[in-house]
Design a protein around this ligand. Structure first.
Ligand SMILES: [Zn+2]
Ligand SMILES: [Zn+2]
Length: 281
């Protein structure tokens, strides 16, 4: 898997992951104990408590039973899976079937059904906001939001005693500051950007770019995937700090694919470009 260390307003955000269309996509945020899709088993996935499953395609799901099994084997309690409401029951069944296959106890995993618009607390100061993407089956992307308290502007510069007095007088002296740190769009076509303009402002945008050749534009449209030409059109609007691309089709070899992507976006992209595509064994 590839490792990225990205500077954000929260601090250095560490990502580990790898991706290839049809084979596997895995994106891990170990600092938040969070995995975004689990397309294949990975040691680094096992300790992570939260796993978001974007949709039911095997290149995003296959590592999930191994995650649950390995956690049980290592005596790690709990574990939470977030999945689109239409799939949650089937994912529970899948995990129950795998536990029965192993002849042991059911895995200690909770499957939470989520819908577009849901905002769920992840840990202190962090939330996951879910949104529908535009793939050919129901797919949920998510945005990691960081919320911190700051003094309201009218109280900035006051001393501790003064602030205490204001608070005693019933004044609310702090306010929430909400920052969209990272958005993960799983499998999607470009329509999601028109639907959710905030995506061009999140600090780290993780988006797929499956197809590169001009002749594959129609195929990309039909199956709800991003084409390099979509990104070229989108590029001038992207105000993100980092753009992380995933899900390259196996029609393209890794090295030439990376060169094609970099050449097409060279000079028109403000965010720093990172590629998470890998050659899985
Ligand atoms: Zn996929
Ligand atoms: Zn898919």
């Amino acid at each position: 898997m590839r490792q990225l260390r990205l500077d954000t307003s929260w601090g250095e955000l560490r990502l580990a992951g790898g991706s290839r269309a049809g084979e596997a996509s895995v994106l891990l945020l170990p600092q938040l104990r969070l995995a975004l899709d689990a397309g294949r088993p990975a040691r680094a996935l096992v300790p992570l408590h939260h796993v978001v499953i974007s949709h039911g395609h095997m290149d995003h799901v296959l590592g999930l039973p191994a995650w649950a099994s390995q956690r049980q084997l290592n005596g790690i309690p709990g574990g939470k899976v977030y999945a689109p409401a239409s799939l949650a029951a089937q994912i529970s069944e899948l995990l129950a079937t795998c536990a029965r296959l192993e002849g042991g106890k059911p895995y200690d995993v909770e499957v939470q059904a989520v819908a577009p618009g849901d905002v769920l607390p992840l840990r202190r100061g962090f939330f996951l906001r879910f949104l529908a993407t535009s793939h050919w089956v129901e797919t949920l992307g998510c945005c990691l939001e960081w919320v911190r308290l700051r003094l309201r502007p009218e109280f900035v510069g006051m001393g501790v005693e003064e602030l205490r007095a204001e608070r005693k007088a019933g004044k609310i002296i702090t306010e929430d500051v909400r920052t969209s740190l990272l958005a993960y769009l799983a499998d999607t076509g470009p329509e999601v950007f028109a639907e959710h303009p905030f995506l061009s402002e999140v600090e780290v945008l993780v988006v797929e770019c499956t197809f590169l050749r001009p002749t594959d534009r129609e195929r990309a449209r039909r199956f709800g995937h991003m084409h390099l030409d979509d990104l070229v059109e989108l590029a001038p609007k992207l105000a993100n700090r980092h753009l992380v691309l995933t899900h390259l089709s196996r029609r393209h070899r890794l090295g030439p694919g990376a060169r094609t992507i970099k050449n097409a976006l060279d000079g028109i992209l403000r965010p720093q470009l990172h590629l998470l595509n890998v050659e899985w064994d």
